[in-house]
Design a protein around this ligand. Structure first.
Ligand code: NAD
Length: 410
């Protein structure tokens, strides 16, 4: 099947590359011409394990193509995935201007039936707005559908997730749309038996925000437990282990640390609170999740202050700049909270990250970057571990012996 994917970022590029690997013909569209130029030269604009090889293979086998032309994208396929960013906007609500723009551009170039699929994370009932937008800008009476197909991949394991999805959620309003979505995912369902859940678009959209908010809740919960443990003389890692072995709870997302970060959890929780508010429900539980997350960082900052007393001129080695291991993504990374503050307090910072250093250095070009974590840490008054990279886990004798998990970010 021919498929167009609009937005060639962490989600769009992985999705497009995987679809092509499953045998579909895929055209990835991005209005950032520099990205498309790089991709045409088989250079990756982002880091994701296994992505380069996947892209190269499918380009060379003729199933994966790139363009900056939306009209080419619209003409190429019956199904058009929208995988553009939905960053935080006014008062924490999602900024949907990129989604709207794609809806408008697709409508302006449509000459026959299209299925527009929301891959981006969007607030519940966005599909109604998207339908309105497409109808408004259509040049003729052309039939179309809008579906929701939220993405659950984790950066750092994105390809693995695409190949072994826990579930595929599809929100549709017509049999035609459902048939197309089933055809797209057939190759991977045949292989893995992953469940494909068909529901209405509002439920599909909401499933994504509810899932991310629940995971964020788990993180804030264990961080709150960690604070109580510290006051009570208990060990949160032991407590988390004891909790996690209960199958009703599960061991994942029970690592106490500096709080959740990244391009999804903070913005998706904020957006979910906003949507609920807008609909007339005060989601106090999630507001507390947000508060705990923020206070966890402030708490670690206070700890640093307590430990060093005077921060000025103290050498602080920061291991990990990415918001989680396996990615070069630094959006909403804890490093962006700590480093500016420590820099302002005139600490002597030494920074290390195996993949994200280059991206971070674009934001903070004047800091000192190290290629080796040991060299970075040597002679430091304080070691701040912000990402649980495997290289860091193997460093200290305590962590190496006692646990393969570090307090870190998600
Ligand atoms: N990154 C993740 O781990 C993840 C996981 C699940 C869901 N999501 C959701 O997926 C969406 C995309 O996230 P991302 O991390 O891939 O974002 P990203 O910023 O990496 O990529 C978005 C891409 O869209 C392009 N774009 C914007 N407007 C465009 C337009 N009008 N036409 C063509 N291209 C356009 C940008 O140039 C960019 O390359 C977001 O809604 C996000 O919340 C992200």
């Amino acid at each position: 099947m021919n498929i167009t994917v609009v937005g060639t970022g962490y989600v769009g590029l992985v999705t497009g590359a995987c679809f092509s690997d499953w045998g579909h013909n895929v055209l990835c569209v991005d209005n950032d011409e520099s990205k498309i130029k790089m991709l045409k030269q088989l250079q990756m604009p982002i880091y994701e394990d296994g992505l380069e090889e996947l892209v190269k293979r499918n380009v060379s086998e003729g199933r994966l193509h790139f363009t900056s032309s939306i009209s080419e994208g619209v003409n190429f396929a019956e199904v058009i995935f929208i995988a553009v960013g939905t960053p935080p906007g006014y008062r924490g609500a999602a900024n949907l201007s990129y989604v709207e723009q794609v809806g408008r551009e697709v409508a302006e170039h449509m000459s026959d039936y299209k299925l527009l699929v929301e891959k981006s994370t969007v607030p519940v009932n966005t599909f109604e707005q998207l339908k309105r937008t497409v109808s408004k800008y259509l040049r003729a009476d052309i039939p179309f559908d809008v579906a929701s197909n939220p993405e659950f991949l984790k950066e750092g394991a994105a390809i693995e997730d695409a190949y072994n999805p826990d579930r595929i959620v599809v929100g549709v309003e017509s049999a035609r749309a459902e048939k197309l979505m089933r055809e797209i995912y057939k190759p991977i369902i045949d292989k893995t038996n992953s469940p494909l859940l068909v529901m209405n678009p509002a439920s599909a959209e909401l499933t994504k925000h509810a899932s991310n908010s629940f995971l964020a809740t788990k993180i804030s919960f264990i961080n709150a437990v960690a604070r109580v443990c510290e006051l009570a003389g208990a060990d949160v890692e032991q407590v988390a282990k004891g909790m996690g072995l209960d199958r009703r709870i599960g061991p994942l997302f029970l690592k106490a640390g500096v709080g959740y970060g990244g391009s999804c959890f903070p913005k998706d929780v904020d957006a979910f609170v906003q949507i609920a508010d807008h609909l007339g429900y005060d989601f106090e539980l999630l507001k507390e999740v947000q508060r705990v997350n923020k206070s966890q960082r402030d708490f670690v900052m206070q700890k640093i202050q307590r430990e060093l007393w005077v921060i000025q001129d103290k050498v602080i080695a920061v291991l990990g700049l990415a918001f989680k291991p396996g990615t070069d993504d630094v959006r909403e990374s804890p490093s962006l909270y700590f480093i500016p503050q420590l820099s302002e307090a005139r600490a002597k910072l030494r920074l290390w990250d195996p993949i994200a250093a280059e991206r971070f250095a674009q934001l903070y070009p004047n800091e000192k970057y190290f290629k080796d974590p040991i060299e970075c840490a040597t002679g430091a008054d304080l070691l701040l571990i912000l990402t649980d990279w495997p290289e860091v886990k193997s460093l200290g004798p305590r962590y190496a012996q006692e646990s393969d998990e570090l307090p870190g970010d998600y």
